[in-house]
Write a protein that binds this ligand. Sequence first.
Ligand code: HDD
Length: 688
Amino acid sequence: MKELELGDGGEPRQQTTSRDRTMTTAQGGPIADDQNSLKAGARGPVLLEDHVMREKIFHFDHERIPERVVHARGYGVHGHFELTKAIPELSCADIFQREGEKTPTFTRFSTVAGNKGSFDLARDVRGFATKFYTQEGNWDLVGNNIPVFFIQDAIKFPDLVHSVKEAPDRGFPQAQSAHDNFWDFISLSPEAVHMTMWQMSDRAIPRSFRFMEGFGVHTFRLVNADGQSHYVKFHWKPRQGLQSVVWNEAVKINGADPDFHRRDMWDAIDAGDFPQWDLGIQVFDDDFADSFEFDILDATKIIPEEQVPVQIIGTLTLDANVDNFFAETEQVAFCTQNIVRGIDHTNDPLLQGRNFSYLDTQTKRLGGPNFTHIPINAPKCPIHHFQQDGHMAMMNPKGRANYEPNSWGEDGGPRENPQLGFTSYPEQVEGRKQRTRSETFADHYSQARQFWISQTPVEQRHIAAGYTFELSKCQHEKIRLRMLSHLMNVHDDLAHAVAKGLGVTDMPKPAKPAREPITDLPPSDALSILKNGPDSFAGRKLGLYLSDGADAALVSAIEKAFKAEGAMVAIVAPHIQGVTLSDGTRKPADEKIDGGPSVLFDAVAIVLSEDEGRKLAGDKPSQDFASDAFAHAKFIGWTDAAAPLLKAVGALPDADDGMLKLDADDIDSFVRTCRGLRFWEREDRLAG
Ligand code: HDD
């Protein structure tokens, strides 16, 4: 039972949990009966006088707040940032001064397009927003898992978002970009082409929030104590390595477990397997900015790591789930304008627009200007100012001074501090007022091409398939062809693969580029997921499908070996009650086979008894388990008794190298193989 505990004076009230206290109304009155409303007679009308019932229903009626206009579906977790390399020469930000110091954080991951109740594995960009509660105020790094953005100027953001969200007349499609409106807008906005390459890649269907990168996207400034400035791009590098699912799998995961990503994060943290990311910075100066092929203020461009290496300066560890989803994940309010002394903005027009949007949207969403009083948003350092009143004011200053300058001496309240306070970098700014786009933003294809040539053949195939799928959902041929005309400026191989997928035989003319693409940018390995995978199966999940009579020694060896690797093992069985193993022990199941399809796991092992193996060969959910694992190029551990099932789905008689016979004395070799995560050769073969 939840109770309210009153703080003394103006302190916020704290919620505590206790069983032995009396339930009360919000006004604190003890409640005698929470089961029945007040009536005139046992079967008579309910009386308006019933303040207990009315208060309860009134509060319930007001439980919802507006969901975020984008990034509505998200999942937040607590953690801390530990500085491993102090950078006082670059920045005077307090958080970057003392190696080994830990700063508390709150990170919210999200999808962009879908509503709050949509599914986790939409093909979409993922938000990666972190609030650092530094000793000199909150710093919010509000990034994505993709280092570039669709548009260059914030004035286009409402159009972009309208185009991807449900059409206003019909209220669908939900949580997806595979529709005419989105590709109509994109194909009329060539600046978006580079971003769509990332979006059509497997980056947009991550296996887990834990296995994706994060990027601050914009170029920011670092400013040191002497007022010297360097440009910086922020990167989050997951220590877990990168990993994505395949599209057919994503579609099925959304049905099997729409909460796949949030459950994954909750489970990992709950099990003490805390995900970590290194914070990297790419630092450069005006000379580099002037010589770089693209404009550093253009958020549709990356700076390749080969040109400006990423230096690691700290580590983010996510180590605590929230106590209350609404209080923390829903109410957290990230604002790009929350920066601290030593970090500053640049003139990136996308960033400048964001700096207006976030504060504005939080005020609407959270009901007023006092959202900074909500504990998840409140700084953890002292705060002193003369802001007052407004809806739900919780922190109210005492005394008479609520303005300055004042002459009340000691009682006069806080004063500004030119030494410690935030000062903007005094960049020289001049120019005519004009609504224009700089010529230096005009190259829309070169980095899209660089992205393409940096991918492995498997990844290229997935990108082409991504475009093909999405454009095939566009019912208007002119939109499909217009998009194709842009892809022709990216790379012939891509354009032809997509054209083939769409069934287009007469290629359209290439779109007229605003500026000729640079065709000799070198590939960059950092852009590929598969080149940055893990070297371990740690943090991954094995689905172990068991039947009655399964070999107990083998089951125990598998569990032991995968746990030693730092992986999880989920037991899947024909019934949720579990199975009786060969030695008579009962093994409870985590999932019944229908509810635990193989798409939920990174690799599978099928350990059946001979009798059950023959029976399960004809069982549809068992067939789906095996055939999906096979089609999604997963490593499959199996025993002879599973052969009829594997034959039934075409995985046998010719076992490929991704299918490993299990041997209780050598499970380690299965674990080692699973570190590769997928047996892509099989996908190559199946794709023909
Ligand atoms: Fe944004 C939310 C990331 C461009 C306006 N954005 C939001 C969130 C993330 C991003 C991660 C969710 C934060 C959370 O978990 O609560 N947005 C980005 C990135 C962008 C970007 C990486 C480009 C580099 N956004 C962008 C533009 C605008 C906005 C150009 C408006 C001009 N974004 C918003 C918003 C949201 C938001 C409407 C919705 C909910 C919220 O702010 O808190 O203000």
